[in-house]
Ligand binder design. Structure first.
Ligand SMILES: Nc1ncnc2c1ncn2[C@@H]1O[C@H](COP(=O)(O)OP(=O)(O)OP(=O)(O)O)[C@@H](O)[C@H]1O
Length: 593
């Protein structure tokens, strides 16, 4: 729930927060109080934006809509019904959450810039609506808050009270951002940002998770917006629903470091004072000239430190922090029991996965044409066939990544019952793990974190998922690399990591797409042994492979697919000696010879 305040990172952060609060308290003048209210408000807006824009990688370019909804809701409730902005704040947050669902539900299911475009569109629509509904919104001239002084109305003569509230809200948003990042949800959002297909394969309901991030971000933005507009005691559509404000919020996160907890704060604390000073100096030159300062800073940052301030200085600061002492003795993590063996009595005559009459065409191309087969319990079944034969298309239909035009896929779930699934995350939850032909880890995450993403399917506890990951790493010869960034692994390591991530979901069925391609002979031998160990632990394996020697050594049965159809199936030796198979691979002359 809270960071471990005995760790250097946490207690240094606490000291920094205390300093941030003490500066305006000690300085006391209205310049300092105003500057720090602005800094807390804009940092908090940027931290909130970062939950959807940074962690989930879904750029929102119209985030001011939530700021404005919060401000207008609270102001209208105060003006018309005498309701305190403290309540208005939460009413605004709920409306903002609903608007976020309306925007994100249709757009976050799609790939591409639709969410970013939709946020800009909704910002413009709401702004025009507010201008149009003049009778109750005050139209383009806006509305002023009634000046009732006191904590109930968040209107004060002593400006320092605004600093306290802004600071409290800022700390709350930073805590929320920290909590999301450290939780299962934070890991999931980063997985989605890095590689959506692999995220779905480990059971993440990607659209739901992105919508949840958008809602949390919108609600927090709305809370801050309400406070800021109450502080300004005036709201109008041009400033509340402003594209400039939306871009400013996103830019602080970009400059500070997208997807990090501290980045947006660093960005706001660096750029905002410079921009405010520039606003003063350049106002005589022309209206909006301070925007030029933002532009210059952004260009310099993107060209020199593409991962922002956190990316450039974060590792050095972490190293310094690591030298500071831990206050007290570290707690030992609880031990969880993880039975690697299924405990099931294995029966090679029992099917666990069935493809029945699968058809799939892409335009005029029939990629799979009436494919049917069964995978048995404790079996290693290989699918082979020439390039473009339709093997991966079969895999994608068997794991929910492609809907068959016709035909069904059924599998035995974790409880031993036959079931049908539609989406990849459903297949994963029912006990199917899969890898992808191109081994692409979640870059930026360590090997341990990559595997933990799979383990999270069965637990939301970080320590437990870490322990599962450590166990799976030892099963896949990755123990030595647990803290290595996944992008730095060798090809063999990346292939094993693909398998480890799939294994961490504790699958009963494993679909492996060319996990042995590109391996050197030593790695190949290790891979064969590892796959046997996995099978012996109670997992049925379906694999696509071009490495014939390894396939022959490993498989109980082989299915040959050619031009989208099952050509033959049977024991390895029988299949490779079949003339139809030789012909499919090498041509008729070789088959005859
Ligand atoms: N999304 C798609 N859109 C259009 N055509 C596709 C799509 N996916 C696959 N294909 C085509 O379907 C055919 C079968 O492709 P598939 O990837 O299943 O073959 P494969 O047997 O796995 O080949 P390889 O061994 O080269 O990976 C190919 O001709 C391919 O170009």
């Amino acid at each position: 729930m809270f960071p471990d305040f005995r760790s250097p990172k946490a207690y240094v952060s606490l000291i920094l927060l205390a300093v941030m609060l003490l500066i305006p308290v000690i300085m006391g003048s209205s310049f300092w109080t105003n500057l720090f209210v602005l800094l807390f408000v804009f940092s908090a807006l940027s931290v909130a934006w970062n939950i959807v824009g940074g962690y989930a990688g879904q750029l929102s370019l119209g985030h001011a809509v939530f700021y404005g909804i919060g401000g207008y809701t609270a102001t209208l409730l105060t003006q018309n019904f005498g309701i305190t902005p403290w309540i208005g704040m939460f009413a605004g947050a709920i409306i903002s959450g609903l608007v976020a669902v309306i925007i994100s539900y249709p757009t976050l299911r799609l790939k591409g810039p639709f969410f970013a475009l939709a946020t800009i569109a909704i910002l413009e629509v709401v702004r025009l609506l507010v201008i149009h509904e003049e009778s109750w919104t005050g139209g383009s001239s806006g509305i002023s808050l009634p000046l009732n002084i006191g904590w109930t109305w968040i209107v004060f003569r002593e400006k320092i009270n605004y600093v306290y509230i802004a600071f409290f809200l800022f700390v709350m948003v930073v805590w929320a951002s920290w909590y999301v990042r450290k939780s299962r949800m934070g890991h999931y959002l980063i997985a989605i940002r890095e590689r959506e297909d692999a995220a779905r394969a480990v059971g993440i309901a990607t659209a739901k998770m992105k919508i949840r991030a958008a809602v949390i971000s919108a609600m927090l933005t709305s809370l801050i917006g309400t406070f800021h507009i109450t502080y300004l005691t005036f709201v109008d559509p041009a400033s509340a629903f402003s594209l400039e404000l939306s871009i400013q919020i996103a830019m602080f996160a970009l400059i500070g470091g997208l997807g990090t907890i501290s980045g947006p704060i660093a960005g706001a604390f660096l750029v905002l004072p410079i921009a405010e000073l520039a606003r003063g100096w350049l106002s005589s030159v022309g209206n909006g000239m301070h925007g030029l300062v933002y532009g210059i800073i952004l260009v310099v940052v993107v060209l020199t430190i593409p991962h922002g301030l956190a990316g450039a200085f974060g590792p050095k600061i972490e190293k310094l922090l690591a030298r500071l002492p831990y206050l007290g003795t570290r707690r030992t993590k609880p031990e969880y029991q993880h039975d690697m063996d299924s405990g099931h009595v294995l029966d090679a005559s029992k099917p666990v996965l069935k493809a029945e009459g699968l058809y799939k065409s892409f335009g005029g191309l029939q990629a799979t044409n009436n494919v049917s087969f069964e995978l048995y319990q404790n079996e290693i079944l290989a699918i082979i066939g020439p390039n473009g034969a339709g093997k991966t298309t079969v895999f994608n239909q068997m794991s929910g990544f492609l809907a068959p035009d016709k035909g069904t896929v059924s599998l035995v779930d974790r409880d031993g019952n036959w079931t049908h699934c539609k989406t990849p995350d459903e297949f994963a939850h029912k006990g199917m793990g899969r890898t992808f032909q191109t081994a692409k880890p979640f870059t930026g995450l360590t090997v341990l974190e990559n595997i933990m993403l799979g383990a999270f399917i069965n637990t939301s506890d970080r320590d437990e998922s870490e322990q599962i990951a450590v166990q799976v790493a030892s099963q896949t010869d990755l123990t030595a690399y647990l803290q290595t960034e996944a992008r730095n692994l060798t090809v063999g390591g990346m292939k094993r990591l693909e398998i480890a991530r799939a294994l961490a979901i504790r699958p009963k069925i494993l679909l492996l797409d060319e996990v042995m391609a590109g391996l050197n002979p030593a790695d190949l031998e290790k891979a064969v042994k590892m796959l046997r160990r996995i099978r012996d632990s109670g997992v049925s394996i379906l694999l696509i492979e071009h490495m014939m020697q390894a396939t022959m050594a490993l498989s109980d049965r082989i299915i040959v697919i050619n031009e989208g159809k099952v050509l033959v199936s049977g024991p390895p030796k029988e299949v490779v000696e079949n003339p139809a198979v030789i012909e499919a691979y090498l041509g008729k002359e070789y088959a005859d010879a």
